[in-house]
Design a protein around this ligand. Structure first.
Ligand SMILES: Cc1ncc(COP(=O)(O)O)c(C=O)c1O
Length: 446
């Protein structure tokens, strides 16, 4: 039965961000807490919260109850009307959003939230260009993928993307794109973005993941985001914070920007807002932006926007983050996780760097610690070469631990409810699987 489901899925539905040949998805029959099970009954510890989105753990009861109750009460009403849940979610978001963001557009994914944010920024400023950074992911549609710095954009370029997005350097203190070293660099990467604005003109917004997610959990130095916000403000350019992955307790705060006291002009989010149980994306804007649209057309919308079924679990999820004290838990368990990962780095020569904040960590693998030569590059991934990091993740999966791998790093970002015993179970599998990479480091005995 399991093979049937997997084969039928692969034959008649598209597996995304991959060539279709060879796709054999795991048929998942059950998920609960920090684990899921396949059709054979095998259990997998979920060390990456699926796509860093099941922050409350699988099948959170309060979230599910909220969806069911809303389905019975009012499953759909046109976004031109309103219903109680829409107003209540807005009210609830005011409690957790950075102060000053108080008007919301409800989309159905992070991709769409970013798409809407670009339109809003361009309409509000009357300017066209958007500056994003190379090491980033912002979504898969024509706008959001145009702003995506990583290799997924390369595949879209022949098929079309929006014009007007340009790329600047990311903040990556392990592999500085400017070849500098922190703190002597004095945040040259932030200042270079200001230089870009000054020389480009016609810039509507700078778009950043405050902590870059998929592309390596890049935590900036504390002065980075405040500096960037200041540069943008001084130049009349909006700062858009994409908190699709970094929001909702993942880093130990509601949003990553909260670590540095920065209120962006626009914040986009999705994923953990509903524990990913239903598709909800949010664009949060300042009152100044909201005021602009009082007498100007808000030229955006779709049938499923502000969909009651997607909104209802947001309130339940926020209540659950609070009831389970998950922001504090993410911070304290995150410190523990960081310490354990650093201990693994001592043991495994294939680990070049471990970095993270809260329960959001990357383990970057290298062939050579001295030169930081990676095992694989985005070009390798794009060319579908076998990747060392994928071999490590496959070995972990064999051992019953699911982890997200990307080019040359693993992302350890478990549900925020994870226990220390579960962490140890996951890290034991990582410890064992890293032998595969250790054998390939420069100078390792054959
Ligand atoms: C930072 C960031 N922005 C946007 C997206 C796109 O969100 P979605 O997959 O919900 O469209 C993602 C997805 O992983 C993301 O990590």
């Amino acid at each position: 039965m399991s093979d049937d489901i997997s084969q039928l899925t692969a034959k008649h539905t598209y597996g995304t961000w991959r060539a279709q040949r060879g796709w054999k998805p795991i048929h998942v029959t059950r998920a609960e807490g920090c684990a899921f099970w396949d059709a054979s009954g095998k259990r997998y510890l979920d060390l990456s919260s699926q796509l860093i989105c099941s922050n409350l753990g699988h099948q959170n009861q309060a979230v599910i109850d909220a969806i069911c109750a809303q389905a019975r009460d009012l499953a759909y009403i046109s976004p031109a009307h309103t219903c109680e849940i829409r107003a209540r979610v807005a009210q609830k978001l005011l409690e957790v959003m950075p102060k000053g963001l108080d008007k919301f557009f409800f989309a159905t994914s992070g991709t769409e939230a970013n798409e809407a944010a670009f339109k809003i920024a361009r309409a509000y400023t009357g300017k066209h260009k958007i500056i994003a950074r190379y090491t980033s992911y912002h979504g898969s549609t024509a706008g959001s993928v145009a702003a995506t710095g990583d290799f997924r954009r390369w595949f879209i370029e022949p098929t079309g993307k929006i014009p007007g997005v340009i790329f600047g350097p990311e903040v990556n203190c392990y592999r500085c794109p400017l070849g500098r070293t922190s703190p002597e660099c004095n945040l040259a990467c932030a200042d270079y973005l200001a230089y870009m604005i000054d020389h480009e003109e016609n810039v509507a917004a700078i778009l950043v993941e405050p902590i870059v997610g998929t592309n390596g959990v890049l935590v900036p130095p504390p002065e980075y985001l405040p500096r960037l916000a200041e540069h943008a403000k001084k130049r009349g350019v909006l700062l858009i914070a994409d908190e699709v992955m970094s929001g909702w307790g993942r880093t130990g705060k509601w949003f990553a920007v909260d670590h540095w006291g920065v209120t962006p002009d626009i914040l986009t989010t999705a994923k953990g807002i509903t524990n990913a149980a239903v598709p909800l994306g949010v664009v949060a804007t300042t009152r100044a932006i909201a005021d602009y649209f009082e007498d100007n057309m808000f030229a955006h919308g779709h049938t499923y926007e502000a969909h009651p079924l997607t909104l209802a679990p947001a309130i339940a999820a926020i209540d659950e983050y609070r009831r389970l004290d998950l922001l504090n838990r993410s911070a304290t368990m995150g410190e523990l996780l960081g310490a354990k990962l650093r201990a693994l780095k001592e043991k495994h020569p294939s680990i070049g760097d471990v970095r993270g904040l809260g329960l959001f960590w990357a383990v970057e693998l290298v062939r050579d610690r001295e030169t930081k030569e990676p095992f694989n590059t985005p070009q390798d991934k794009a060319a579908r070469k076998p990747l060392v990091v994928e071999a490590v993740a496959a070995e972990m999966l064999k051992r019953g631990v699911s982890v997200l791998s990307w080019v040359s790093h693993l992302i350890v970002a478990p549900p925020l409810i994870i226990t220390e015993e579960e962490l140890d179970e996951g890290l034991a599998a990582l410890d064992a699987a890293l032998e595969i990479a250790d054998q390939k480091v420069a100078g390792a005995a054959a």
